[in-house]
Write a protein that binds this ligand. Structure first.
Ligand code: GLN
Ligand code: ZN
Length: 777
C-alpha cells in the first residue's frame, strides 16, 4: 500500500468514526481512478449494426442482448486491466440514458403502454411506430449528443423497474469488476423532462422514495458506490431549486442500507449548488475541472473537505492529450485543502471515440497530441499513480507528454501568418453590407422572382447510387473522374426535377456531401478527419467529427465546380450552398489553445472566400447554413451575450464579402428561438429559412416581435415525417404565414434538407408545395 493511500485510508477511517455518531453510516472504500461513463455503440459500431438488424427483423432480441453483453464484458475487462479501481456500469444503453432512466422510473409515455414486449416498448418511445409518436429529442446540454425528452403527465405513475440496471451490476460483479452503478439523478431527470400541467419538479416528492429504494437494492446487490448524475447544476438554477437539491440529497443520504453516493456534475461550474450538495451527507462529488477554471471556488467550500472529490481533470469531451503537469498541479491544490481526491474524466467518455489505435491515417505529430477514450483512461491511471505514489513514478510518461505538447505548440500548422494577417487587416467595413432595403431593390432587379418564391433547403434524397459511388471511390473501384461523372448525373437529375416541378430558386442537391461539416473540413487546412472516430449522436446514429487542430485556410474553391455545373443546366438561379463557421465548429472537435471566437473567424474567412468565388462564377444567391447557432449557446445566461456577439460577427464575416446584388440566405433548423432571436436579426441575411411546420407559424410572430424585417421562409411542411402534405394543408400554412409576414418578404420552402427522404415522397410533396404557392399568389 502506498503512503498516499494509507494517509487516505486513515483520513477516511477517522471520518467514518465521526459519522457513526451523527448519521447512519455506509462503510466504503474510496477509489482513486475512474471515468464518469462509457461509450456503448462499440469500437466498430457493433451495437449500431445489431440494433438496426433487430429493427429490420434480421436478428431476434436474444441475439441483440448477446451482442450487448459481449460489448460490455470486453469493455469492463479492458477498463479493469487499465487499472481503474471504480468502473461505471449502467451507462450502457440500447438508445439513450435519459430514456433508460424514464424506463427505470416507470415514466415511459402512456401511449406506448400497450406494447407488451419491454424492448419494443422502449424502442417505440425512442423512435415511434406506425401508430405511436416518439418522444421528442433534444441536445444533451451543450454537446452534440441528443437525448429523448421524458414526458411527465398527470397520469404518470412512477414505479421502480431496476431489473436492467441490477442485471448489469451483477454481470460486472460476477466478473469481479469494481462496479459503480450510474443513474441520472432525480433533479436532472425532472428538469430535462417536459411536463403537461405544472412543472416536472413538482413531482420530485414521488421520485425521491423510488431513488431511496433503488439505492437499497443496489447496496443489497453488492454495489459499494453509486453515481447519480446531476449535470443540471451547471445551468442557471433558482434559489428554490438549489435548496431542493440540498434537501433531496440530504434525504437520500440519510437512508439506511445504501451504497456511498457520488453526485456527478459536469460540463460547467456547479456554482451555489456545490455548497448545497456539500452540506449533505453524500460521500463524493465529481467536478469538471476542465470547465471549473477557478480552483479557488472549490477550495473555498469547507464542507467538501470531508468528501471524496472526484476530480475531472482529463477532458472527457475533447480529443487533446492532457497536460499532465497542469492536471497534477490542480490535483495537488485539491489535496492540499484536506480533500480526498480521485482522478477522473471530466464527463462520460460517450463524447469521444473509443481509441486512437485505429487511426493510422493521421500524421505522427498530430497523433501524438491526441487522446481518445482508451488513451484518456490511461491518463487517468497515470495521474492517480502520480498522486498516490509520487510524480517520480511516472517520470518517463511525463517526458513523453511534455515532448508531445511542445511539438504541438511549435508546429507551424498552428500559426499561418497569412491567415492571421488577413484577419488583422479586416476593418469593420468587412462585416457590413448596404442597408437591407437597398439590397432588396438590387436583388429584385437581378433575380426577377415571382411573389412567394419557392425553393428548397439544399439537399435532395441521398440515393443508394450516391452512396455506392462514394463507397466505390473510397475503395478505389472507381477513379475520381468517374465519381465526378456520377455526381454530375445526380445533379442533372435534381435540376431537371426542379425545372419540371416549377420551383423558382434551384439547388444542386448536395449529392457530393457525405456530411455538411465533414465535406468542408476535408478540404480546409487545419482540419483532420478520422478513420473510425465514431461518436454517438443519438440512438444508432454516429458521426465522425473532424478535428480542428491548426489555422484554417482554403486551398482551392470547394463547391464552385458543382454549383456552376448545376447553374449551367438552367436559367433559373441556383443557390451556392455552404456551411457556416459556427456549425462547422459545433460539429467538430475544436482547438483548445485558442478561443472558439478566434477559430470561428478563421473558418468564416475561408467561407467568405468561397462566396466571393461563387459570385465570380455567376452564382446570384449564396446560402450559408447555421443550424447549430443555437446549439453552441453557453449553458449559463451570463455567458450568452459574448457568444452571440462573436457568432453573429463570424456569420457576417462569412457573408459580407459579396456584392449587395448577391442574395444571402441562411438556414436554421429549429423554431424555438428563445435567447437567439435577436441574433437571427443580427445575421442580416437577406432570406432566412426556419422550421415552422410543426409550430404552426407562431414563430413568425416571435420574429416580428424581435423587429426582424428581412426575407423569411418558414418551413411549410415537416420533412421529418414521410407523410406527403396536401395542397390544402400547405395553402393553409401559407395563409397563416401571410397574416404575420407581408407577401414581399415571404418565401415558400420545406423546413429542412431532403436528404433523408425518399425520392417519390419528395417529388409529391414539392409538387403540392409549388401548387399551393401558385394558388396563394
Ligand atoms: N443545406 C443542408 C441540407 O439541406 C442543411 C441541413 C441542415 O439544416 N441540417 O441538407
Ligand atoms: Zn435544417
Amino acid at each position: 500500500m502506498s503512503l498516499g493511500f494509507r494517509v487516505l485510508v486513515g483520513r477516511l477511517a477517522s471520518r467514518t468514526q465521526h459519522w457513526r455518531n451523527i448519521v447512519t453510516v455506509s462503510h466504503y472504500t474510496p477509489f482513486t481512478a475512474t471515468v464518469l461513463g462509457l461509450p456503448r455503440v462499440g469500437p466498430q459500431r457493433e451495437l449500431k449494426r445489431a440494433t438496426e438488424s433487430y429493427w429490420a427483423g434480421r436478428i431476434d432480441a436474444g441475439q441483440l442482448h448477446a451482442v450487448a453483453r459481449d460489448l460490455r464484458r470486453t469493455q469492463l475487462a479492458e477498463l479493469q486491466a487499465a487499472g481503474l479501481d471504480s468502473i461505471p456500469v449502467g451507462t450502457f444503453s440500447y438508445y439513450d440514458q435519459v430514456l433508460d432512466t424514464a424506463a427505470l422510473l416507470g415514466a415511459l409515455p402512456p401511449r406506448v403502454a400497450g406494447i407488451a414486449d419491454p424492448l419494443d416498448r422502449y424502442f417505440a418511445a425512442a423512435r415511434g411506430t406506425d401508430t405511436v409518436e416518439p418522444l421528442e429529442m433534444t441536445k444533451w446540454f451543450d454537446t452534440n449528443y441528443h437525448y429523448l425528452v421524458p414526458e411527465i403527465c398527470p397520469d404518470t405513475a412512477f414505479s421502480l423497474h431496476p431489473e436492467q440496471l441490477l442485471e448489469q451490476l451483477r454481470e460486472a460483479l460476477a466478473a469481479e469488476v469494481p462496479a459503480r452503478p450510474v443513474v441520472v439523478g432525480p433533479i436532472t431527470f425532472l428538469k430535462l423532462a417536459k411536463a403537461s400541467g405544472g412543472s416536472a419538479l413538482d413531482r420530485l416528492g414521488e421520485l425521491v422514495p423510488l431513488y431511496g429504494e433503488l439505492l437499497r437494492l443496489l447496496a443489497a446487490a453488492g454495489a459499494e458506490w453509486v453515481q447519480l448524475d446531476e449535470p443540471v447544476v451547471v445551468t442557471d438554477l433558482t434559489d428554490d431549486e438549489i435548496e431542493l437539491i440540498g434537501n433531496t440529497y440530504a434525504e437520500l443520504s440519510a437512508a439506511k442500507d445504501r451504497p456511498a453516493i457520488l453526485v456527478a456534475t459536469y460540463f460547467g461550474k456547479p456554482g451555489a449548488a456545490l455548497t448545497a450538495l456539500a452540506g449533505t451527507e453524500i460521500e463524493g462529488i465529481a467536478l469538471d475541472f476542465t470547465a471549473v477554471t477557478e480552483l479557488s471556488e472549490v477550495v473555498a467550500v469547507p464542507a467538501l473537505a470531508g468528501k471524496l472529490l472526484v476530480a475531472g481533470v482529463v477532458d472527457g469531451r475533447n480529443v487533446w492529450r492532457a497536460d499532465l503537469d497542469r492536471a497534477l498541479a490542480t490535483l495537488g491544490t485539491l489535496l492540499g485543502s484536506a480533500t480526498t481526491v480521485a482522478v477522473s474524466s471530466s464527463c462520460s467518455l460517450l463524447h469521444v471515440p473509443y481509441t486512437l489505435d485505429t487511426e493510422t491515417g493521421l500524421d505522427a505529430q498530430l497523433r501524438s497530441w491526441l487522446a481518445f477514450g482508451a488513451e484518456k483512461v490511461a491518463e487517468v491511471r497515470l495521474l492517480a499513480t502520480a498522486l498516490n505514489e509520487g510524480t517520480e513514478t511516472i517520470t518517463t510518461e511525463l517526458g513523453t507528454v511534455r515532448a508531445a505538447l511542445a511539438s504541438r505548440r511549435a508546429d507551424i500548422r498552428l500559426d499561418d501568418p497569412k491567415v492571421r494577417a488577413r484577419l488583422a487587416a479586416l476593418g469593420p467595413d468587412a462585416l457590413r453590407r448596404a442597408p437591407a432595403e437597398q439590397r432588396r431593390v438590387l436583388q429584385a432587379e437581378r433575380l426577377r422572382l415571382p411573389a412567394l418564391p419557392t425553393t428548397t433547403i439544399g439537399s435532395y434524397p441521398q440515393t443508394s447510387a450516391i452512396r455506392l459511388a462514394r463507397a466505390a471511390l473510397r475503395k478505389g473501384d472507381i477513379d475520381n473522374a468517374e465519381y465526378v461523372r456520377r455526381m454530375r448525373a445526380e445533379i442533372a437529375d435534381v435540376v431537371a426535377l426542379q425545372e419540371k416541378l416549377g420551383l423558382d430558386v434551384l439547388v444542386h442537391g448536395e449529392p457530393e456531401r457525405n456530411d455538411m461539416v465533414q465535406y468542408f473540413a476535408e478540404q480546409l487546412d487545419g482540419f483532420a478527419a478520422t478513420e473510425a472516430g465514431w461518436v454517438q449522436s443519438y440512438g444508432t446514429r454516429c458521426v465522425r467529427p473532424p478535428i480542428l487542430y491548426g489555422d484554417v485556410a482554403r486551398r482551392t474553391p470547394m463547391t464552385v465546380d458543382w454549383i456552376s455545373y448545376a447553374q449551367s443546366l438552367t436559367d433559373k438561379p441556383v443557390k451556392g450552398m455552404l456551411t457556416g463557421p459556427v456549425t462547422i465548429l459545433a460539429w467538430s472537435f475544436v482547438r483548445d489553445d485558442q478561443s472558439l471566437a478566434d477559430s470561428a473567424r478563421q473558418v468564416a474567412l475561408a467561407i467568405r472566400d468561397e462566396t466571393v468565388d461563387l459570385q465570380a462564377a455567376g452564382i446570384r444567391i449564396v446560402q450559408v447554413d447555421e443550424p447549430a447557432l443555437r446549439e453552441l449557446l453557453p449553458l449559463r445566461a451570463a455567458d450568452q451575450p459574448a457568444y452571440l456577439d462573436w457568432s453573429v460577427q463570424a456569420f457576417r464575416l462569412a457573408t459580407s464579402g459579396v456584392s449587395d446584388a448577391t442574395q444571402v440566405h441562411t438556414h436554421l433548423c429549429y423554431s424555438e428561438f428563445g435567447e437567439v432571436i435577436d441574433a437571427i436579426a443580427g445575421l442580416d441575411a437577406d432570406v432566412t429559412s426556419i422550421e415552422a411546420a410543426r409550430s404552426h407559424m407562431e414563430v413568425l410572430d416571435d420574429l416580428n416581435a424581435a423587429g426582424f424585417d428581412l426575407g423569411v421562409g418558414p418551413g411549410v411542411y415537416d420533412i421529418h415525417s414521410p407523410r406527403v402534405p396536401s395542397v390544402e394543408e400547405i395553402t393553409t400554412s401559407l395563409r397563416a404565414a401571410l397574416k404575420a409576414v407581408p407577401a414581399e418578404r415571404l418565401w415558400v420552402n420545406p423546413d429542412c434538407g431532403l436528404k433523408t427522404r425518399g425520392p417519390v415522397e419528395v417529388e409529391a410533396a414539392l409538387r403540392n408545395m409549388v401548387a399551393a404557392a401558385a394558388a396563394v399568389r
